[in-house]
Write a protein that binds this ligand. Structure first.
Ligand SMILES: [Zn+2]
Ligand SMILES: [Zn+2]
Length: 415
């Protein structure tokens, strides 16, 4: 911003504050100020902002929350791909769980036992990088229900979901070893469901009136897919990553909400992202979907609402993305940023932003906790034990305090 523009912005802000103050004062003088209690009881349905855990879903309503709309390159404003779908029947689904999205998910204040179903479209780190933190960190967020994960096979077994997640569980042996005998670790169980990447509109999940199908995507390597969720007459389509392809065109037609990647224009990949021109063209049109291609796809499928994601959505990039999308598509459009919320019913699709608390604590457990399974305790070696300083004069009173409050008789491990 130039200094002149900054000056103008500052003046505008001051004018707005003064005008707001005078407006309030003149109302007060006229005796029109509403009592605080009335203000505080404003109807929730009228709120322009979504406050997580304050709005029950309607029985026929679907809520979609953008928890990651960015790129593999991290930034505070946008995490990598993650979308939460909540249904009026109580079911909740995560589509992709990319790096950086977990804190945004935690900010939804949903008890983790309800967040037990994750579908990812491919094994890029910006689509599954926060799976370990959600899986293992989730056990400290009071998840007591096993985590169920669905992901595609690869062109050969070593590129498939099962192989990746088996290795992930081996990789975190130390982490699991520290927790399994110390806390109720039922939520650390991982159920891995690999489905064929080349299934076309194949059902991969069907429970409780909800059907999830996969279609192949064209992205990276064999082993990338897109998803279609249907429930109660509503259809949600999610591309994960793909260039335009025939399966998406054929099977997502008329979706109520279609979320499709919409990459930065190649010229901005050069100027903003630092790509070489050929890299920008390769990545921006042959590996991903440019805004013009995105518009074409949406013109051919005509969803009730087209949502573009997977680009750094700023004051200076969004106008250019819109300009290019509008060359090929003139229907309903939203360009997502993190915390955008979509309330979808047959009659309406409402788009708002969330306001979230920075100071999140775990939601309470939904089941009674079991005592830790002490058979899983891995003892320290004598060497490590010999280095511990027990400080009984400060630790014993802490035990005494807990034992008195909770009527227990626990004793410190280090004495
Ligand atoms: Zn990808
Ligand atoms: Zn991606």
């Amino acid at each position: 911003m130039s200094s002149a523009a900054k000056g103008a912005a500052a003046v505008a802000l001051v004018v707005a504050i003064v005008a707001g103050y005078l407006w309030g004062r003149s109302d007060e003088r006229a005796g029109r100020v509403a009592p605080l209690t009335e203000t505080a009881s404003a109807k929730k349905a009228d709120l322009d902002v979504y406050y997580p855990r304050t709005e029950p879903l309607g029985r026929n309503e679907m809520r979609v929350v953008a928890l990651g709309t960015g790129m593999p390159s991290p930034r505070p404003k946008q995490a990598a791909a993650c979308w939460l779908v909540e249904l009026g029947n109580g079911d909740k689904f995560l589509f992709d769980i990319g790096a950086g999205c977990h804190e945004r998910l935690a900010a939804q204040k949903i008890p983790y036992d309800f967040l037990d179903k994750v579908f990812f479209g491919h094994l890029h780190v910006d689509h599954m990088g926060d799976l370990p933190t959600f899986w293992l960190g989730g056990t400290t967020m009071n998840r007591l229900t096993p985590l169920r994960v669905w992901g595609p096979s690869g062109g050969t077994p070593e590129y498939g979901t099962k192989h990746a997640l088996n290795l992930m569980q081996e990789m975190y042996a130390w982490d699991i070893g520290t927790r399994a005998g110390v806390i109720d670790f039922r939520g650390g169980k991982l159920e891995v469901n690999e489905f064929a990447f080349d299934g076309v509109n194949e059902v991969i999940f069907q429970e409780n009136g909800v059907t999830v199908r996969s279609i192949p995507a064209v992205h990276g390597l064999d082993g990338a897919v897109s998803f279609i969720l249907e429930w109660n007459g509503l259809k949600f389509a999610y591309s994960s990553d793909t260039i335009p392809n025939k399966w998406w065109i054929e099977h997502t037609k008329g979706a109520d909400i279609a979320i499709h990647e919409c990459f930065l224009p190649s010229v901005l990949l050069v100027t903003k992202q630092g790509f070489a021109p050929l890299e920008a063209l390769n990545v921006g049109t042959q590996g991903h979907t440019s805004p013009e291609q995105f518009g074409k796809v949406m013109s051919m499928t005509k969803p009730r609402l087209a949502v573009g994601y997977h680009f750094f959505n700023d004051f200076d990039t969004q106008p250019e993305v819109i300009r290019r999308v509008r060359k090929t598509y003139d229907g309903p459009l939203a360009l997502a940023v993190d915390y955008m919320v979509f309330n979808v019913t047959k009659d309406d699709i409402r788009v708002r932003m969330s306001a979230v608390d920075e100071e999140i604590w775990p939601s309470p457990p939904m089941k009674k906790k079991n005592p830790p399974d002490t058979s899983k305790v891995i003892p320290f070696s004598d060497f490590t034990k010999s280095g511990a300083l027990a400080f009984p004069e400060v630790v014993q009173p802490i035990y005494d305090e807990i034992n008195e409050i909770y009527d227990t008789d626990y004793e410190p491990m280090f004495k």
